[in-house]
Design a binder for this molecule. Sequence first.
Ligand code: IPD
Ligand code: CA
Ligand code: CA
Length: 262
Amino acid sequence: MNSNLTQLLQLAQETARKAGMIIIEQEGGSSVSLKAENNLVTEADLAAQDLITRTIRDHFPKHSIIAEEEDLRAKSGEPDLWIIDPLDGTNNFAHTIPHFSISIAYARSGKVQAGVIYDPSRDEMFSASLAGGAFLNEKPIQVSKARSINEAIVATGFYYDRGEMMRNTLTSIEKLFEANVHGIRRFGSAALDLCWVACGRFDAYFEYKISIWDFAAGMLIVNEAGGECSDHFGNQLNLDSAGVAVSNGRLHKEFLDIVAYG
Ligand code: IPD
Ligand code: CA
Ligand code: CA
């Protein structure tokens, strides 16, 4: 890894850890408001985002930023771009369920170079750099060895829209059960769903409507851990994709045959 990328990754890790402390301090006491129906935002989301964006702007004033709770958004192909979800799993956080994360990615001209996802409740820091491998608390991680859907735990997520996407998700869950999957999980943090595929806790994960900040860092972490990332149509995942289907690679085709559509 070149020294610039090493420094970037280190800064992202330190910042994610600090954001995690801010969030944990507010657990159980952060005021909640609604962005849209069923879509919450808390004071902690805003405070964590403020810390992360200020840190990046101080260090890299010329870099662009996409952050979930900011109105002004850069484009995904910017030469130097940071993509931030300051609190992924807000619904869990607002209900005092300790499963949420901070996701920070750095991309160059549409290609993610470094990614960090921090789970402050478990003190688990996932990180990766392009061609540099994926790590959990500095130890290398790899995807699972399951060969088939009937040996797999599959994670999913439900977008806030309770219409077509929800129906498609439920249909796919039914098909996965028909294929004799070991289990289905919906834990509520897309960024951690990706990390848990990367470290082999999950064998696959799909979600039909997802935003760039939910998957930018996680996509690199899964790829660097030896997994495979598609969009929900089966095309290779990129920063402009709208849905994800990722797996350990070994069962990817079988997985896509069940969950891809369109
Ligand atoms: C949400 C979580 C959830 C996923 C939703 C996301 P947020 O992010 O990642 O697991 O199912 O699609 O929007 O709103 O908590 O940052
Ligand atoms: Ca999110
Ligand atoms: Ca969020």
